[in-house]
Design a protein around this ligand. Structure first.
Ligand code: GLU
Length: 441
């Protein structure tokens, strides 16, 4: 059965880049009627925080990306220790004692000689006595997985055929000197034991994947299908990594971005299919095809989320936004006509408040000098309330007859006088709201 996972490290809030990974894995599982696991990669006790675990769950819930179960790496440390033991037994695991400074020096030397900065495996030549001495001097070493120097090949769900020379990659450290198990092995053990069939993650993981394929083989596991999506860049193609902190999902929520707008964009960005606003998750699942995604860096512009949000809001009925309408201060008896007026004129729900204030308090009239007499004349013709959907038409007809003005010269000064703005809602739908308020005050 298709099983996927989203595996964030709870060391911060998740952002649009993480969402791309989460969404692709989610959609693959749902499309196949499979299982979607939320895996918390919390093997780093210092950097992992419970508040981020909660925040990640809240963010996914907000988007409707529901998971079938949660797994936590911190609860599976014995499984990783077992796998490490197995690697030791089969001779694929060795202890190394270089300090970070020594490693750095080695890398610099290699680069100076025009060689790739790959770990030279000096630790493999240490005798037991030498190791003992180093351990006494420096404490426990790190444990490195001994790669087989051959080509590692797989067909990537997005990148196509990949072939990496294992000799060009350093033997990965899987356990730190302090005993902390690192992601590379923890992830392999989990993916294998949890029956993960498909792994989509960022292309920054491609080298990891190569080493993980060898670790999976060494442990006798079954390799999942791997796919690596391109990384997001800013609108100009600039690296987004530094700015991702400001693109946390909770910031977008705060800015009024609607889940369907965000999901619709992220499910298509970087694919050869057009971005289209989807009505619901079922449509997203239906229209998702991993093979349509390309390897090129994907431009992300946060501004694209707002027209999609506006479009999504336009499609909603009052019952779907009644809380927001009430929060804006609109009394229940006016909620229906207010929403009918406002839905076409907002970008986010935060804009409701402004429209309600206009209805409630009126606006500072905007009247050009040459329109002053005309506006006074027109105002004198404004019928007694209550107003309804016909009032605007009846009134402007009467004004036209008396003043001889027509078209824009007739409507625009009235709109500006009543709303203080040159653009905005249909006056026919706005006017009754203005009047009702006036009548009530
Ligand atoms: N915790 C890893 C990360 O956030 C997971 C990567 C993976 O999907 O394997 O980068």
């Amino acid at each position: 059965m298709t099983t996927t996972r989203f595996a964030p490290s709870p060391t911060g809030y998740i952002h649009v880049g993480n969402l791309r990974t989460a969404l692709m894995n989610y959609l693959i599982a749902r499309k196949a009627g499979g299982t979607f696991i939320l895996r918390i990669d919390d093997t780093d006790p210092e950097r992992s925080k419970e508040e981020y675990v909660d925040a990640i769950k809240q963010d996914l819930e907000w988007l409707g990306l529901n998971w079938d179960r949660v797994e936590r790496q911190s609860e599976r440390l014995d499984r990783y220790a077992e796998a490490a033991e197995k690697l030791r037994e089969i001779g694929r695991f060795y202890e190394a004692f270089e300090t970070p400074t020594e490693l750095d020096l080695k890398r610099k030397k290699q680069l100076n000689m025009g060689k790739p900065p790959v770990y030279d495996r000096a630790a493999l030549n240490l005798s037991d006595a030498e190791k003992e001495a180093l351990r006494a001097e420096r404490g426990n070493g790190v444990w490195r997985f001994k790669l087989n120097h051959e080509r590692i090949e797989w067909t990537d769900g997005i990148l196509g055929d990949i072939s990496i020379d294992a000799a060009s990659v350093s033997d990965p450290v899987l356990i730190r000197g302090d005993g902390q198990v690192l992601y590379t092995i923890a992830s392999v053990v989990d993916d294998t034991e949890m029956g993960v069939t498909d792994v989509v993650r960022g292309s920054d993981h491609v080298t990891n994947t190569a080493t993980q394929i060898q670790i999976i083989d060494a442990l006798g596991g079954q390799c999942p299908n791997f796919a690596h999506h391109s990384l997001l860049t800013g609108p100009q193609g600039e690296a987004l990594s530094k700015r991702l902190g400001t693109l946390a999902l909770r910031d977008l929520r705060e800015q009024g971005v609607q889940p369907m707008a965000l999901l619709s964009l992220m499910a298509r960005l970087g694919s050869s299919d057009p971005v289209e606003l989807r009505a619901d998750m079922a449509e997203l699942v239906d229209g998702f095809d991993l093979s349509r995604f390309g390897a090129a860096p994907t431009k992300f512009d946060v501004q694209d989320l707002f027209p999609l949000t506006a479009k999504h809001l336009q499609s909603l009925t009052l019952s779907e936004v009644s809380d927001a309408v009430a929060d804006a201060g609109v009394p229940p008896e006016l909620a229906e006509p207010f929403w009918a007026m406002a839905r076409e004129n907002i970008t986010t729900l935060a804009d409701l408040k402004g429209w309600w204030e206009l209805c409630r308090d009126g606006a500072e009239p905007l009247i050009d000098d040459e329109d002053r007499d005309f506006v006074s004349e027109a105002m004198a013709l404004l019928p007694e309330g209550p107003f309804d959907g016909e009032t605007w038409g009846d009134w402007t007809k009467a004004v036209k007859e008396v003043t001889g003005r027509k078209g824009k010269g007739l409507f625009m000064p009235l709109r500006k006088a009543l709303t203080g703005m040159e653009r905005g809602p249909e006056m026919a739908t706005l006017l009754p709201l203005l009047q009702v308020i006036r009548a009530r005050n």
